[in-house]
Ligand binder design. Structure first.
Ligand code: PMP
Length: 367
């Protein structure tokens, strides 16, 4: 480690939670209830699988380095130009590259306490300084959510980037587009605002969180999206960002030449075309989310509001014991100790069978 760059020397790698490969071996895949990684239990559109099969005859070829067909489909979907889009090997890659491109030693990057874990890692890897803004208090309308006023006040001439997530992981919290529009108006032009919308497809339309309408007016706004959540394609690793063409062109300089594989490009294009599948899985998620939140609350547990496919649940002093007792029963949650949320666990919303098994195990553990 002492040979690494100063910025990397003290960096802790992203923690993906439990060793799922070992747990699957121990319990058998069918017996394990995997609610630790915010995956989509309904899986992708069948058209995405068919598209991958069609690609199998071209595995000896490099993919389209620009991902042109997928970008055209995305441009159509979002009502923007192809040159407003950059594809990434997951949105995680893009979040990392944004810091690499726009921040360095001496620069500041602002994000919220309990903001998505990659914000801090990206900042540190770039050698920049994190300015972590306290989250909203537990008794706020949006407990543990982003405090946009405090974030705005933390911006200085040294600030290069602001990372926000709407809705945010791991809190599930969100803020309205109108509120964000006011925030953006106050941000100086030298600061790039990255809006991570990984869970955008899961949010109720009534929540009006989506920042896309603000792109045209704000050349310093970047929106990141992913095929991992709503589209159920986490295994393929495809994300993308939407931004002004000049910003996209600068980001292109650090992109690996073939960063998205051929099967992944083809599958995402097919998934994008199957709007009915997306709407169907998001509707089922919303229904299950409401039912699970109610079931947990009826057991006396505090559940934070969520517009995502997971719930942040307060187990209190017993959190570590409950988590390990559930794990013994094959139920995987995400511990929140790494975030400093020692009294909470994050539970992905599964399908009805997953959630039934979670609640049955929880009743045993809490008895
Ligand atoms: N942003 C947020 C808020 C997330 O929760 C995740 C996945 N956990 C990501 C980005 C990264 O997703 P991916 O790299 O699969 O696109």
């Amino acid at each position: 480690a002492e040979r690494a760059q100063p910025a990397i020397r003290h960096l802790r790698a992203y923690d993906p939670g439990h060793d799922l490969v070992a747990l699957r071996q121990r319990f058998g895949e069918a017996a394990l209830v995997e609610l630790g990684s915010n995956e989509n239990p309904y899986g992708p559109s069948p058209a995405a699988r068919d598209a991958i099969v069609s690609e199998l005859s071209s595995l000896h070829r490099y993919p389209d380095p620009r991902g042109g067909a997928l970008k055209r489909a995305l441009a159509g979907r979002h009502g923007i130009g192809v040159d407003n889009i950059l594809l990434g090997n997951g949105s995680h890659e893009l979040l990392m590259q944004l810091a690499q491109v726009f921040a360095g030693p001496g620069d500041e990057v602002v994000f919220s306490q309990y903001g998505f874990a990659v914000f801090a890692i990206a900042t540190q890897a770039a050698g920049a300084t994190s300015r972590v803004v306290p989250a909203l208090p537990l008794d706020a309308g949006m407990p543990l959510g982003h405090d946009l006023d405090a974030i705005a006040q933390t911006i200085t001439p040294a600030t290069r980037l602001v990372y926000l997530a709407n809705p945010n992981n791991p809190t599930g919290t969100w803020f309205a587009r109108e509120r964000f529009a006011t925030f953006l108006q106050g941000v100086p032009a030298h600061v790039i605002v990255v809006m991570d919308e990984a869970y955008a497809e899961m949010a109720d339309t009534g929540a009006a969180t989506d920042a896309r309408p603000l792109l045209a007016r704000h050349p310093n706004l970047v929106i990141t999206r992913t095929f991992s959540k709503g589209y159920g394609l986490a295994g393929l690793r495809v994300g993308y960002l939407l931004a002004a063409p000049g910003l996209v062109a600068v980001m292109e300089r650090v992109r690996e030449s073939f960063n998205v594989s051929g099967p992944a490009l083809a599958a995402c294009e097919a998934a994008l075309a199957d709007e009915a599948h997306l709407q169907g899985t998001c509707a089922r998620n919303a229904e299950q989310r409401a039912q699970l939140a109610e079931a947990l609350a009826s057991r006396g547990l505090r559940v934070l509001p969520s517009q995502t496919n997971f719930l942040l649940v307060e187990f209190g002093d017993d959190t570590a014991r409950i988590e390990s007792a559930l794990l013994e029963r094959g139920v995987v949650l995400r511990p929140m100790r790494g975030y400093g949320l020692h009294r909470y666990s994050r539970i992905s919303v599964g399908n009805s069978e997953d959630n039934r098994r979670l609640l049955a195990a929880l009743d045993e553990v809490l008895a």
